[in-house]
Design a protein around this ligand. Structure first.
Ligand SMILES: [Zn+2]
Length: 534
């Protein structure tokens, strides 16, 4: 069964990724994924999940590789099964968003455009106006989102714990065609914190089991990061708000945050025509000649319907990886392109001979770590001077690290909220819980309306958080071994390629342990922020 399953799995992922690439790069006007899902539905129906479960139970512990394969398939099948249980609601919600448009300064502004418009709008009253329109669109679909979450919780309770208790080796999350942009034991027999919310608590129980992650411990690490960085964060944020926006932290709201964190003041330092040179040069320093990488195809053609955000589409790993950009310039554009370039190199260097379940399904924290490693280079003074001629960038670097702390604190808040929502502890008044946690974590007053919009399924937020924590340690390791300018050292490149070769076979914690720097915790990440922003 496994060989046939693998074949179908490989084809499904490649087809889904190709369709997503064509649509998001503006070469296809309609995203036609429903027929792909229908054709491969047998890979992720409840029968497939129970068959995989049965095979895993019969596979002896010493067949570690085979058990890892089946677990990766299980993660894939469970995630897809949950996705497809709410497919029509997901489609309905995104149709509503895609259709929404309003007039703004004599032009049509779509729902997608509105986020960029807020983050680049210097006039506060205008930001508020766009933001309120955006919230009205989100609020109009919130009943559907409530229904969708309830359905997901019901579907999760039907699946139950897919992995047998106490198994040591573990896979993680499944990649889907969407570009976005998750430690341990299920034998953790703590009583559930839910108050009789049977099905929502089983959603978090399902993921604790499936990812073999101690989500409660991640939540307490988030609490500690928030507490330890609170005073320095609020102090630096207040200074930035007073100098850039002329307001204090007590007055600041979410749209102010979206604008401030875009760092518009530095846009001129990051011209669109230098982005490719910076990418090629950075990789060349590591001994990677991007011009000879025929498997990583860069798509930088301008097309009217191309996604404004850079993305990476690993269609056939490692033979056909697409790195897509529509360069606008600006700090945010550089960061998002270098982030996606990190994903592209990871999948482009993955060993061709690996079984395909280790190419498309894994611990999201691992690939996100490689992506963060590159998207953090524009806060390195030497990198800025080398590729952008930006000398004396001290103030910019502090601002850029403040935006990173903002994002990490925001995700810590999001994760704490999501765990509550999916464990039944936040039920009933989830909107208020969201507003309180996010306002507190970010320092920007955040309303209730976005509480279900501002959320990815399957605890993806935990993957980002673990990746931020792992990236700091991995970067520190690279500096210790290869020098402060590790990104100019071909030996560092050789080391990274060896990690990338293993694709998604291991979890971020396993890779961290293999190089002797694990397990991942949030202490060094916290210290790093405290040091940089003191
Ligand atoms: Zn990413």
């Amino acid at each position: 069964m496994i060989d046939a399953y693998r074949q179908g799995y490989q084809e499904f992922n490649a087809e889904l990724m190709r369709e997503s690439y064509l649509y998001n790069s503006g070469q296809k006007m309609e995203l036609e994924i429903a027929p792909i899902y229908e054709r491969y539905a047998h890979l992720f129906d409840s029968e497939a999940v129970s068959r995989l479960k049965g095979i895993l139970e019969k596979t002896p512990e010493h067949f570690a590789g085979q058990r890892a394969s089946i677990k990766h398939f299980l993660v894939f099948a469970v995630n897809q099964l949950l996705d497809s249980s709410v497919k029509s609601l997901t489609e309905e919600i995104s149709r509503d968003e895609a259709a929404a448009a309003t007039g703004w300064r004599g032009r049509k502004m779509t729902f997608q455009d509105s986020a960029v418009a807020i983050s680049t709008e210097a006039v506060r009253a205008s930001r508020d106006q766009i933001y309120n329109w955006r919230l009205s669109i989100i609020a109009a679909s919130n009943d559907l989102r409530v229904e969708r979450i309830e359905k997901l919780h019901q579907a999760a309770s039907l699946i139950g714990g897919p992995l047998p208790e106490g198994s040591p080796d573990s896979p993680r999350t499944g990649r889907t065609g969407q570009s976005p942009e998750l430690d341990r034991d299920i034998s953790d027999s703590r009583p559930d914190r839910g108050r009789g919310q049977g099905s929502s608590s089983s959603y978090s129980a399902l993921y604790k089991n499936l990812y073999q992650l101690d989500l409660d411990s991640i939540a307490s690490q988030c609490e500690s990061l928030l507490a330890r960085t609170e005073s320095v964060y609020v102090a630096r944020l207040d200074e930035a708000l007073r100098s850039d926006l002329g307001i204090s932290v007590d007055e600041a709201t979410r749209p102010d945050g979206m604008y401030l964190m875009h760092l518009p003041r530095y846009d001129g330092r990051f011209p669109p025509d230098r982005i490719m040179t910076a990418y090629h040069g950075t990789m060349e320093g590591l001994g990677i000649r991007t011009e000879y990488q025929s498997n990583i195809l860069i798509d930088d053609e301008p097309r009217p319907h191309k996604s404004p955000r850079a993305f990476c589409a690993p269609i056939r790993v490692p033979e056909e990886v697409r790195l897509v950009i529509r360069p606008f310039g600006g700090h945010a554009d550089y960061i998002s392109f270098l982030h996606e370039a990190g994903h592209a190199q990871h999948y482009g260097w993955t060993a061709a001979g690996l079984p395909s379940e280790f190419k498309y399904t894994g611990d999201s924290a691992l690939t996100e770590t490689y992506a963060f490693l590159f998207n953090h280079l524009p806060s390195d003074p030497v990198w800025l001077e080398t590729f952008l001629g930006f000398a004396g960038a001290g103030d910019f670097i502090k601002s850029s690290i403040l935006t990173r702390l903002f994002t990490v604190r925001r995700y810590a808040g999001k994760f704490i909220f999501e765990l509550g929502l999916h464990s039944g502890t936040a039920h009933g008044d989830a909107g208020r819980a969201y507003s309180e946690v996010l306002s507190e974590a970010t320092g920007f007053k955040t309303g209730e309306a976005e509480y279900l919009f501002d959320m990815d399924d399957a605890f993806y937020s935990a993957g980002y958080l673990r990746a931020w924590a792992f990236e700091v340690v991995l970067r520190d390791y690279l500096i210790t071994r290869f020098g402060k300018l590790w990104w100019t050292n071909t030996r560092a490149g050789t080391f990274l390629k060896e990690l990338w070769e293993t694709g998604d076979r291991y979890t971020a914690d396993e890779i961290a342990s293999q190089i002797g720097i694990g397990p991942i915790n949030f202490d060094l990440l916290t210290d790093d922020f405290l040091k940089a922003l003191a």
